[in-house]
Design a protein around this ligand. Structure first.
Ligand code: NAD
Length: 428
């Protein structure tokens, strides 16, 4: 049985920031750069609502366990809540709220007509059989049915969930509603309304952000070296595209460690985490490094694409890359961010770099609502256009207000949200 949220909360860690603490600090910092009503900022520090549900699960042996599920809905002034559902033992209300806030900023910086949501179940997904995962997911969909829907709140896959989870979720919701409603979730398999290119999208947008950053600072991809921590969905797709576009990827890692070849690795031959879990160290390479060492390599572009809080006050002084492109969510702590900025390391923030995932989720939702499938070429063309638009908006703020890329991205997002709130007004 899952532990109640009050017992699950980790001891506060002075170095590693929780998603909620980081999200609130970044909001306050962005607010200092623009003229926004204080009431709007105060409102954005809190979610509209957090739904907490109990999810009973009949185990394969006939016994019953009860798990706690959440759906945090941060803000919907620009459109339905949008964000993932994760199955992970550390899921709790505060984490969902923090991550839902990040989704609000991410959707706004990409100018998508969505607000931020995030949810999940506090459970270890590896402890479940496929049949148990299906029963758990269907029951979770039933428990959340009153707060989600294609025009209210649209979940997606996240840690511990995947396209199959979304297929079960969509099926359960559709059965309850009496009609097939593919637009209730995104990240589904293409055969039931999923979009081509969705899986690759966060890696593709990360690669586009890296390409644009190199170009902006006067570099050429042909002369650019790249290190990628986390050769999973995001990291492998980013590395493969950057290699295809001419860059030299010299190091990649998975949870077990890194491989390094100063002359460049053959990225296409390395299986991703999904294709063959944790195969990086089995590849031929002149050197093996730790996951700490890969972050400190003297490369042009570093892409942390594994987990959060890997660049901290402890190692920020030793980051030797000129440009950091955040493929993962929250890889840089607030304290490390300040150090990197002082040292002149350019950090392209997660809410811009890996936003390809939610952007193609938006394309999927459009395809579902309109009952018209897009080709992979259409998806990638539209993603490229959306990324370049967002890049230009953020670049304009970087130059006009002399901001870091992170602050500029938050300024773009917050301005759009604040303006929407002002136009709509507060219901008296
Ligand atoms: P994934 O599970 O496909 O890959 C994660 C990779 O990181 C694997 O190679 C794994 O071995 C490695 N790894 C795990 N723990 C590690 C550790 N402690 N140190 C070093 N390496 C470690 O995951 P993913 O979908 O690529 O997601 C990676 C990051 O990107 C996460 O922060 C996720 O929130 C973020 N993200 C993912 C998506 C998406 O749609 N997949 C979208 C936006 C952001």
């Amino acid at each position: 049985m899952s532990t109640p949220p009050s017992q699950q909360e980790a001891e506060p860690d002075e170095e590693l920031d929780s998603a909620l603490v980081t999200a609130r600090r970044q909001l306050e910092r962005a607010a200092t750069h623009i003229d926004v009503d204080e009431g709007v900022i105060e409102r954005l520090k809190y979610p509209t609502r957090v739904e907490q549900v109990s999810v009973p699960l009949e185990r394969d042996d006939g016994s019953v366990d009860v798990f706690t599920g959440y759906r945090a809905q941060h803000d919907d002034v620009r459109g339905p809540y949008k964000g993932g559902l994760r199955y992970h033992p550390e899921v709790n209300a505060d984490e969902c709220i923090g991550l839902s806030m990040w989704m609000t900023w991410k959707c706004a910086v990409m100018d998508l007509p969505f607000g931020g949501g995030k949810g999940g179940i506090s459970i270890n997904p590896k402890s479940l059989s496929d049949e148990e995962t299906e029963r758990l997911t269907r029951r979770f969909a039933e428990e959340l049915r009153y707060v989600i829907g294609p025009t209210t709140d649209v979940p997606a896959p996240d840690m511990g969930t995947d396209a199959q989870t979304m297929a079960w979720f969509m099926d359960a919701y559709s059965m309850q509603q009496g009609e097939t409603i593919p637009g209730v979730v995104t990240g589904k398999p293409p055969v039931i309304g999923g979009s081509y290119g969705r899986e690759e999208a966060p890696g593709r947008s990360t690669a586009i952000a890296a390409r644009e950053a190199v170009d902006y600072y006067g570099g050429d991809l042909e002369d650019t070296t790249v290190a990628v921590q986390g050769f999973g969905s995001v990291g492998a797709n980013a590395a493969r595209l950057l290699e295809e576009w001419g860059a030299t990827v010299v190091a990649v890692s998975d949870v077990n460690g890194a491989i390094y070849d100063p002359d460049g690795l053959d990225i296409g031959s390395i299986p991703t985490h999904e294709e063959e879990p944790e195969a990086v160290l089995e590849q031929d390479a002149p050197e093996h490094l730790s996951n700490e060492e890969i972050l400190e390599l003297d490369v042009d572009v570093l892409i942390p694409a594994a987990v959060g809080n890997v660049i901290t006050a402890d190692n920020a002084d030793r980051i030797a890359a000129d440009i950091v492109v955040e493929g993962a969510n929250g890889p840089t702590t607030f304290a490390a961010d300040t150090i990197l900025e002082e040292r002149g390391v350019h950090v392209i923030p997660d809410i811009l770099a890996n936003a390809g995932g939610v952007t193609v989720s938006y394309f999927e939702w459009l395809q579902d609502i309109n009952r018209r499938k897009w080709s992979l070429e259409e998806v990638n063309e539209e993603l490229e256009a959306k990324m370049l638009d967002a890049w230009e908006e953020v670049r304009t703020e970087v130059e006009a207000k002399e901001l870091s890329w992170r602050d500029a991205a938050y300024v773009v997002a917050l301005s759009r949200i604040a303006e929407a709130k002002e136009k709509r007004g507060l219901w008296p």
